[in-house]
Design a protein. Structure first.
Length: 349
């Protein structure tokens, strides 16, 4: 598995206030020191380039697959990127109920930025989030308490894709008076993506819609855990293809469940390695409309976990009855002919 780590450092100078400024957070803390450096580094660990190349840009690729590869690279170019538009910084107490002691938000619009932050000398749990402002599908909740702070995905019957690549970090900080200290904060991507390419040359499909489901609803920043409080359904975006004879759809969302546990893999040498689950843990649902206006539903079930920073591309071939057959034989298939919306959840077709 290809592991691409792209690095751009965002610099923040952590200055400790003069004695009179220590009361900004806690009036009992009166000792101040000299300047301290807090370096932020966005680390993009992803398989996007390799997945698109492996699945769609092989030596025997069709025009449809090459066109889909180009469309997917363009669709994901502003998602899987180490560019930080905005950052949300919180510093929490490490005792009792871990209240937030200091909070700042900054618009960066750059790979590097320098500014000064004044907080008292003490122990902190520091969390950092990036690219939240321009993502209407996700918001920060319960940020006043460290162990409750989370990225919460908006709720609804059918959701649209995340619009930014989300990054998060957490770091214990013990600021010592009179010591030359440097803190390195690594922010990692916490959402992921799915895509599907449909070859329709041998079918009678008039139209097709795609939905993806089986992904997390919340991300706990301090604990780096994903939570599955309900089952969101994502309407996948149809991408424009120059080549006729097929479709390409994509969506951005939180990761799926992990067959082992739900903790995101930040320190693994290969974060995308996983074991197969006993049954599908996430799905893509294909609704193909035929010339007689009947709809064929195909449910594609995937047993491999989708991790943070990961893209999974599924290639399928449509049949005359509107069903689709995946090229990956490990993907489970369930077909319903002459499907109607009342047979399952409310999907807006």
């Amino acid at each position: 598995m290809f592991r691409w780590v792209s690095k751009n450092t965002l610099f923040l100078v952590l200055g400790l206030a003069a004695v009179c400024g220590c009361g900004l957070v806690d009036e009992d803390l009166r000792d101040c020191g000299t300047d301290y450096n807090l370096d932020y580094e966005l680390k993009l660990v992803t398989n996007v380039s390799t997945e698109i190349s492996t699945e769609l840009e092989t030596t025997l690729s069709t025009d449809l697959e090459l066109s889909a590869a180009l469309a997917l690279r363009n669709y994901f170019k502003n998602i899987f990127t180490d560019y930080a538009h905005d950052v949300d910084l919180s510093f929490y107490d490490v005792v009792e109920d871990s209240l937030r002691l200091h909070h700042e938000e900054h618009i960066m619009d750059a790979n590097q930025s320098n500014y000064t932050l004044y907080i008292p000398i003490r122990q902190y749990m520091h969390t950092a989030l990036a690219n939240i402002v321009e993502n209407p599908m996700v918001e920060i909740r319960d940020g006043d308490w460290c162990h409750r702070e989370k990225l919460h995905q908006m709720e609804g019957d059918t959701l649209t894709s995340h619009t930014t690549g989300l990054f998060a970090a957490r770091l214990p900080m013990d600021i010592q008076e009179g010591e030359d200290q440097k803190f390195n904060v690594h922010l990692y991507m916490v959402n992921s993506a799915t895509a599907i390419v449909v070859d329709t040359l041998d079918s009678h499909i008039r139209d097709v819609k795609m939905f993806a489901t089986g992904f997390a609803t919340d991300f706990s920043v301090c604990d780096s855990l994903y939570y599955f409080n309900h089952t969101p359904v994502f309407r996948m975006d149809e991408l424009s293809l120059e080549e006729s004879g097929g479709y390409c759809f994509a969506a951005v969302h939180f990761p799926s469940r992990n067959p082992v546990d739900t903790k995101s893999v930040f320190d693994s040498q290969d974060p995308f390695v996983t074991v197969d689950a006993d049954s599908p843990i996430w799905q893509i649902k294909v609704y193909a409309t035929l010339p007689d206006n009947t709809i064929t539903e195909t449910i594609l079930g995937v047993t491999k976990a989708l991790h943070a920073g990961e893209l999974k591309v599924i290639r399928v071939k449509a049949k005359k009855n509107g069903s689709v057959v995946p090229s990956d034989h490990t993907v489970a298939v369930n077909v319903t002919l002459d499907w109607s919306p009342g047979q399952e959840y409310n999907v807006e077709l």
